[in-house]
Design a protein around this ligand. Structure first.
Ligand code: HEC
Ligand code: HEC
Length: 282
């Protein structure tokens, strides 16, 4: 039999190249797509965004992105005109505490009589525009005197007085006025009263405006910073001047800018009411 078995057409087995082809195509599509997307992003979209910020034409923004034209040259920055001013040099380290402990009330009384009484009255009970000192802690008096001495706080009348004294004498007068306070206390607890808004601000602060309660720091024996002055009983004229000076930044010897921050958030009317509230006359 010469019957020929009909030849079944058998495909030749696919070569490796045939198997790889679809992968090559997909790889080329992916790489090409990524390059195209990168080009659109880097040469069109980002320059288009920069164009509106930098006031460039689309053409120059694109040619800068392609590196064909120069980018923005570095501009000369204006020189700062802000003036530096000295900040408080007082820190409550053991050396300062030792100076304060060594303060002599006898020597302090003599200095006070010769240098301070003309303005701050006998025994630190002042009148008019001058702040009273009797009732203040030695730390508060020392802190302010040091700041007048270093230039961190400036006042035409006080600065020359403080600059004349040695550091040890600052501690001596501070000790004197703190001791005088026990006898002649011009400052200290008062029956404070006023309208609800003022009383609430003093006692609780205002959380919406991030104003802390004044009385949290300005009461004897409470937890405020060590140098916190007593303000209850102080003259309203003096208190208002200080609040306005802090708000304007012309008084800037408060550590961490705490009082500048508080005062600048108060309205002028609130500062006025606070001053009279703490004087005890609102
Ligand atoms: C020529 C007047 C004058 C003399 C003298 C004077 N002071 Fe003053 N003192 C002032 C004035 C005014 C202020 C308020 C300054 C201000 O408004 O910033 C002040 C403020 C102070 C303060 C800050 C009070 C506070 O609560 O922040 C202290 C402390 C002080 N004086 C201590 C003294 C001592 C101590 C002497 C003497 C060694 C003295 N002063 C002499 C006028 C004077
Ligand atoms: C976080 C504590 C703190 C709070 C809250 C605070 N104070 Fe003061 N205050 C101080 C300290 C500390 C000083 C002294 C700053 C310095 O060294 O000059 C001061 C100073 C002052 C002075 C100047 C007193 C003087 O004798 O020179 C006035 C006025 C005053 N504060 C009013 C207020 C009022 C009003 C409020 C509330 C609206 C307030 N403070 C809230 C800590 C505080």
């Amino acid at each position: 039999m010469s019957d020929e078995t009909p030849e079944t057409p058998v495909d030749s087995p696919p070569t490796q190249a045939d198997l790889d082809r679809p992968w090559r195509i997909w790889a080329s599509v992916i790489v090409g797509g990524a390059i195209a997307a990168g080009a659109v992003l880097g040469l069109v979209l980002i320059p288009a965004g920069q164009r509106s910020h930098s006031h460039l034409s689309m053409h120059s923004a694109m040619s800068r992105a392609m590196g064909l034209s120069e980018g923005s040259p570095a501009r000369v920055q204006p020189i700062s005109t802000a003036t530096a001013y000295p900040v408080s040099q007082v820190s409550w380290d053991p050396a300062v505490m030792a100076i304060l402990r060594a303060g002599s009330t006898t020597r302090g009384a003599q200095i006070a009589k010769e240098n301070c009484s003309a303005c701050h009255g006998n025994n630190g009970v002042s009148a008019g525009n001058f702040p009273s000192l009797a009732g203040q802690s030695p730390e508060a008096v020392y802190k302010q005197l040091s700041d007048f001495r270093s230039g961190a706080r400036v006042n035409v009348q006080m600065s020359p007085v403080a600059q004349k004294l040695s550091v040890a004498d600052l501690a001596n007068v501070a000790a004197y006025f703190a001791a005088a306070s026990r006898e002649y206390s011009a400052l200290g607890s008062r029956d404070l009263s006023g309208d609800t808004a003022t009383v609430t601000l003093a006692r609780e602060g205002d959380s919406h405006r991030r104003i802390p309660a004044c009385l949290a720091c300005h009461v004897n024996g409470s937890g405020g910073p060590i140098e916190t002055p007593v303000i209850t009983g102080q003259s309203a004229d003096y208190l208002l001047r200080q609040l306005n000076d802090y708000a304007a930044g012309t008084r800037h010897n408060d550590v961490y800018g705490r009082m500048r921050d508080v005062s600048s958030k108060l309205t002028p009317a609130e500062r006025d009411r606070m001053a009279r509230y703490f004087e005890g006359t609102l």
